[in-house]
Design a protein. Structure first.
Length: 430
């Protein structure tokens, strides 16, 4: 597939002509919210097999072929040009689809309130073909070892029909906040712990969960080894049932990193004990902080490069946000940015005639606009370029795959590019 960035004075008709496809195919593939009002800098995926490459200064057939994973002879033959023909800047070469490798994908889905919104069910159903795991968020542990269940609605049936492993996410939240005291009890009181594990097993059997996923956060540093012991005990128990066990980890860059989010997580131990881990590589830009990319790739890379020194890369799912934020400027501590989907961000840019820019260091798109009250805004979000950069990093570091937080936010380009880059692993039987 081709990633195209809209330039000034381009239209869907001219873009479709350039790539030898149709306007309707582009609209349908990208679910374009603004087909008649394209934004400069807007990125779309062109649904063609392979892609076109525009020759840049310093390029040669050999250098382009090397990046594309083919020989210069093959590239010349495909494009029907002599092998030693000098390439002119701006010349378009056709590159065949690159070989695809297997990868695993998880999607968290978070129902809230007293009923599951139909749009959330539809989002899970639409994403399920591209997922290995479907993870309703979340079962909350209680201090007596019992579990508070989330709204599950049709999620088990959706997972079964799309061969997703149903992931049982369990966390140590109380009143929607992670509790180190709850963690202390579960990890140290063995009678509560045994009851806790018994309840997990009974619940998993009831609903058909086949991966037990612990998202324990803000674990006290003194409970780090207790958490490791608990995971070993849990893994032994779940292995008897034929289930996977996985954990969520804070985005660390060293074993000695300070802070209550980090110190209770032992990367090396989790890598040894768990079948796989989700590293939460997002929220650098967060709703309560200043405007910046949610998952800047330079920071994501730092975390993952450290992680693969502590555990096999084949056990790591890179965490990835399916959302961005709209901040009101200037940033004032205590204010909260509004979450937006990539589609909503494009609509905002079109509505306010704001050109979309791209930060090459963070590998993320952003734009600024002024609202009807005259207030300045800054929006950071995800697009085809930013997600392709993450997919390239998965390949470079040989990671297991990616885990999305969270379904329900429209980003059609993401799913198109999964199929273009990977064969999605399916582990469950229909």
């Amino acid at each position: 597939m081709q990633i195209h960035v809209v330039q000034r004075n381009e239209s869907l008709t001219s873009i479709a002509r350039k790539y030898r496809t149709t306007v309707n195919d582009i609209i349908d593939a990208n679910e374009l919210p603004n087909p008649n009002n394209l934004v400069v800098g807007q990125t779309m995926v062109i649904p063609i097999i392979g892609r076109f490459y525009t020759v840049q200064s310093g390029d040669s057939l050999y250098s382009i072929a090397r990046k594309a994973g083919i020989t210069a002879q093959q590239l010349a033959s495909i494009n029907r040009i002599p092998l030693n023909q000098p390439l002119q800047i701006g010349f378009q070469l056709y590159l065949p689809q690159a070989p695809k490798r297997q990868a695993e994908f998880n999607g968290y889905v978070e129902p809230r309130g007293t009923a599951v919104a139909p749009s959330l069910i539809n989002s899970a159903r639409d994403a399920a073909p591209y997922l290995t795991y479907l993870a309703p968020f979340s079962f909350q542990a209680r201090r007596d070892g019992t579990l508070k269940e989330p709204l599950l609605d049709n999620f088990p049936a959706i997972a079964k029909s799309h061969q997703n492993v149903l992931m049982m996410v369990i966390n140590n939240q109380e009143n929607d906040q992670f509790s180190d005291e709850l963690g202390r009890i579960l990890l140290n009181d063995l009678s509560v712990q045994d009851k806790f594990l018994n309840n997990i097993v009974a619940t998993a059997k009831k609903y058909g969960f086949r991966d037990i996923h612990f998202d324990f956060e803000y674990i006290r540093p003194v409970d780090r080894e207790a958490y490791n012991r608990f995971l070993r005990k849990a893994k032994t128990r779940f292995k008897q049932e034929g289930w996977f066990m996985s954990t969520a980890l804070a985005p660390k860059t060293s074993a000695t990193q300070k802070g209550k989010w980090y110190e209770g997580h032992d990367y090396k131990a989790h890598g040894e004990i768990s079948d796989f881990v989700v590293i939460m590589t997002y929220e650098w830009g967060y709703s309560g902080g200043p405007a910046m990319a949610v998952s800047p790739i330079d920071q994501v890379r730092r975390v993952l490069e450290y992680a693969i020194t502590e555990m096999p890369s084949s056990k790591i799912l890179m965490g990835q946000n399916l959302y961005g934020y709209d901040w009101t400027l200037p940033f004032v501590q205590g204010t909260i940015a509004k979450a937006v989907s990539p589609q909503q961000a494009i609509q905002l840019a079109a509505q306010h005639h704001a050109a979309i820019q791209y930060d090459t260091k963070a590998q993320a798109p952003f734009f600024r606009y002024r609202d009807s009250a005259g207030k300045q805004h800054e929006v950071w979000f995800e697009d085809a370029r930013s997600i392709q950069a993450k997919f390239d990093l998965i390949k470079t570091l040989k990671l297991r795959g990616m885990s999305y937080w969270k379904l329900g936010l429209s980003f059609p380009q993401n799913w198109l590019l999964i199929v273009d880059n990977f064969h999605v692993v399916k582990k469950a039987t229909p």
